[in-house]
Design a protein around this ligand. Structure first.
Ligand code: FAD
Ligand code: DHB
Length: 397
């Protein structure tokens, strides 16, 4: 009989998304060993289209870690964003409102590519394509993870700590007994249909549009590729959205300002996402620490999800560094509380942007007017604009 391969490390990380990869990079800088177990292939994680906007400090962190070179070359650095509603465009100058902080568009899958390449070049162990990941003895000081390697061979990873960075549907949060989990959730009646289209960006910065037909967002990926989103029913089948319907809705919702036109091109990718806000305040259970989407989800309108994930692992890496260097577990004990203070502000901002910018058939005419008043306030009050801007570019970490 072939013996089950057993490996040992200090921190066992489940998931090679932004949370898992940044954590492994940060730990390496502190001389702490980790192993990442990822259920998808490298090609899959490097090809999944998700987030686009990085907060100012996330950009700084990429540079400090030595993984920012391509981002600085290929990213889009914007001074602000445009809010478009009631037939008018309003530019919010984030740089001016925040004392110099920019809006950076650099796609999540490019961040993933940069981090994977960097970690592998440093000799990191990232096991792709693993299956049946299960967490054991998480309330002991010798937790372990069982899994099947890509070729099906069962394996065991023993560690001092487990970092659950496996996204909303991963096994880590479920490994905490339901009775011990304190969770909060809100489901929205909105979905986003996102497309990639081979056309140069119709505008040099992002446009967030509120329209009676629903929200629309113009973003970009490169000088040749636009990223566009249109509000839809989250239960819609993508088959209900042939290309002509998508373009018709985008034109109607975005071309509300004299002289501005949306450039069309072939649609090369499309998909629908539903929206929820979710927080599991129990971010630590024994030797298991949850980070990123495994612990919290935001609707995408505020562009916060990826950044919140990175913020968690920055806090966790500092706490682990203190533990290993000085035997001080105060940072680990304070992990959830430290993260949650910032997470709830990200939840609030994402809820606020989503509610203000989307149209809800179930909302009363009164609520509809309140949402318009919210937008009017942002574009007519420097205080309100500053509040939006400081959240958008990222609160202090
Ligand atoms: P994930 O990226 O979900 O990574 C989890 C990893 O764990 C995955 O690779 C997964 O394969 C792996 N995994 C899962 N289960 C297992 C298992 N059983 N075993 C091993 N591995 C497992 N955020 C922003 O900040 N800005 C934006 O502009 C933005 N726009 C968005 C637009 C869209 C359309 C969407 C869908 C999301 C957007 N987000 C945005 C949110 C952002 O993409 C997520 O918040 C981010 O990916 C969270 O990172 P994570 O590492 O916590 O989780
Ligand atoms: C993108 C996604 C967002 O959620 C957002 O608020 C802005 C831009 C994007 O994918 O480019």
């Amino acid at each position: 009989m072939v013996a089950t391969p057993k490996i040992r490390t200090q921190v066992g990380i489940i998931g090679a998304g932004p949370a898992g990869l940044f954590l492994s990079e940060l730990l390496h800088r502190h001389g702490i060993a980790s192993v990442i177990l990822e259920s998808r292939t490298r090609e899959e994680i490097e090809g999944t289209i998700r987030a686009g906007v990085l907060e100012n400090w996330t950009v700084d962190l990429m540079n400090q870690l030595g993984v920012g070179e391509r981002m600085m070359r290929e990213g889009h650095f914007h001074t602000g964003i445009t809010l478009r509603f009631k037939g008018q465009s309003h530019h919010l100058d984030m740089v001016e409102l925040t004392g110099g902080k920019k809006v950076t568009v650099y796609p999540q899958h490019e961040v993933i590519k940069d981090l994977v390449a960097h970690r592998l070049a440093q000799g990191a162990e990232i096991h792709f394509g693993v299956r049946d990941v299960a967490l054991h003895d998480i309330i002991s000081d010798r937790p372990f993870i069982t899994y099947a390697q890509a070729d099906g061979t069962p394996a065991v990873l023993t560690c001092d700590f487990i970092a659950g960075c496996d996204g909303f549907h991963g096994p880590s949060r479920q490994a905490i007994p339901a009775a011990a989990r304190k969770e909060f959730q809100k489901i929205y009646p909105y979905g986003w249909l996102g497309i990639l289209t081979e056309a140069p960006p119709s505008h040099h910065e992002l446009i967030y549009a509120r329209h009676d037909r629903g929200f629309a967002l113009l973003s970009m990926r490169s000088p040749e590729i636009q990223r566009l989103y249109v509000q839809c029913d989250p239960k819609d089948d993508i088959a209900l959205w042939p290309d002509a319907r998508i373009w018709s809705e985008l034109h109607q919702r975005l071309e509300t300002v004299d002289g501005w036109t949306l450039t069309e091109g072939p649609i090369i990718q499309k998909g629908i996402i539903a929206m929820r806000s979710f927080v599991c305040e129990t971010m630590r259970h024994g030797r298991l620490f949850l980070a990123g989407d495994a612990a919290h989800i935001v609707p995408p309108t505020g562009a916060k999800g990826l950044n919140l994930a990175v913020a968690d692992v920055l806090v966790l890496s500092r706490a682990l560094e203190k533990f290993y260097a000085q035997g001080d577990s105060a940072g680990l004990d304070a992990y959830a509380a430290t993260c949650l203070a910032r997470i709830w502000k990200g939840e609030r901002f994402s809820w606020y942007m989503t509610t203000m910018l989307h149209t809800d058939e179930a909302a009363s005419p009164f609520e509809h007017r309140i949402r318009e008043a919210d937008l009017d306030y942002v574009v007519s009050s420097r205080a309100a604009a500053t509040a939006l801007a400081e959240n958008y570019v990222g609160l202090p970490i």
